[in-house]
Design a binder for this molecule. Structure first.
Ligand SMILES: Cc1cc2nc3c(=O)[nH]c(=O)nc-3n(C[C@H](O)[C@H](O)[C@H](O)COP(=O)(O)OP(=O)(O)OC[C@H]3O[C@@H](n4cnc5c(N)ncnc54)[C@H](O)[C@@H]3O)c2cc1C
Length: 319
């Protein structure tokens, strides 16, 4: 059996979870096996998961599971699995749960995977290393594998099956050492990790009073907002927007970097983006080396003009 852990946000499946089902389905087809999707307190229809190849969906609904607790979640998943592949997203949530399962099942743990399996015996796959600067091919003959797949790295493929929802019998453990003391809600309307477009600002923005420039562009593009570490360290923006080696790892279709120099620690969190546009007044800024498109200019002139042009382009298209 191939298991796919399905993350949801307020009951709605995350886009990354659809990628995980597609990944699991690909392995299932190659192995002549089937896919079981496991999720907690989802409100979305399981039909969405059937469409991408989940033969069975375990949706464990319980008020006691409302607050995320990696140890409890791992314990419940452990009660449900009998197969030898468990596929997770390479996300904060999944990488908090997976290590508990690895320990319990004495599994091999392959993280940050960026390819479909290259072979099955031995199992061989590509994974990101050195903060995305390199790719390693790893192999194992261990029969029990727990895999985390990098965001937007292997794609989504429709593969409809006539699935069914199952309510399995489980025992919720009550001895977790985790206690939720407070919950910080992000004020962003669009989840940064799920966003197709991200508009990001750095120290070149000069101060938080200028952030309206980023917000206006993000609004026109229906994009999420992000920032560099110094920007969040200085309190210009919340830490939930900080991307990079010590912040969130994102892989949108388009990343627009405004007034950001492109330090290696910043690139580590964004170099999975499909297309990168850099706006910077220093032609020597290192970020231009990683950019698909670059504008050398003063962001305070360039960005408002870009926003206006996009606004009129979108309005004209609507007419
Ligand atoms: C262990 C460690 C971990 C780190 N983790 C992270 C991380 O996760 N994420 C992260 O972002 N950083 C991280 N950093 C910090 C990183 O090294 C850089 O210092 C940081 O990314 C720089 O932020 P910045 O680009 O906003 O600022 P700067 O490097 O100061 O760049 C500002 C840019 O704005 C441009 N600019 C200025 N004025 C204008 C204008 N008017 N118009 C257009 N452009 C303009 C400048 O030319 C410059 O390129 C880490 C550092 C360490 C040591």
């Amino acid at each position: 059996m191939i298991y796919a852990y399905i993350e949801n946000l307020n009951g709605k499946y995350k886009n990354s979870s659809i990628e995980i089902v597609s990944y699991a389905k690909n392995i299932a087809d190659a192995q002549g096996d089937s896919v079981i999707a496991i999720t907690f307190n989802a409100e979305d229809s399981p039909e969405i998961l059937y469409k991408y190849g989940a033969d069975n969906v375990y949706n464990i609904k319980n008020e006691a599971l409302k607050n995320f607790d990696p140890k409890v979640y791992a314990s419940l998943i452990s009660q449900l699995i009998e197969g030898n592949y468990i596929i997770f997203s390479h996300s904060d949530e999944s990488t908090s749960i997976a290590p508990f399962l690895v320990k319990e099942k004495e599994a091999v743990y392959i993280t940050n995977v960026v390819s479909q399996p290259l072979s099955f015996s031995p199992f061989k796959v590509k994974r990101n290393i050195f903060s995305g600067k390199g790719i390693a091919v790893v192999e194992t003959s261990n029969p029990f594998l727990i895999i985390t797949v990098a965001l937007n790295s292997t794609g989504v493929k429709e593969n409809p099956v006539s699935g069914r929802e199952i309510n399995p019998l489980i025992t919720i453990p009550d001895d977790s050492p985790y206690k939720v003391e407070s919950i910080e809600e992000s004020d962003s309307k669009i989840d940064l990790k799920e966003a197709k477009i991200v508009v990001s600002g750095g120290r070149g923005m000069k101060g938080p009073e200028n952030w309206g420039i980023i917000e206006d562009l993000a609004q026109v593009l229906n994009a999420a907002e992000a920032c560099t570490k110094p920007v969040s360290d200085m309190g210009w923006r919340p830490h939930s927007e900080h991307v990079g080696q010590t912040g969130k790892n994102i892989a949108p279709k388009l990343y627009i970097a405004i007034g950001i120099s492109g330090a290696i620690q910043h690139l580590a969190g964004v170099n999975g983006s499909k297309t990168i546009l850099v706006i910077n007044n220093d032609p020597e800024a290192p970020f231009f080396k990683s950019a698909d498109y670059g504008v050398v200019g003063d962001l305070f002139e360039v960005v408002p003009k870009l926003t206006e042009k996009l606004k009129s382009f979108i309005n004209n298209k609507k007419i």
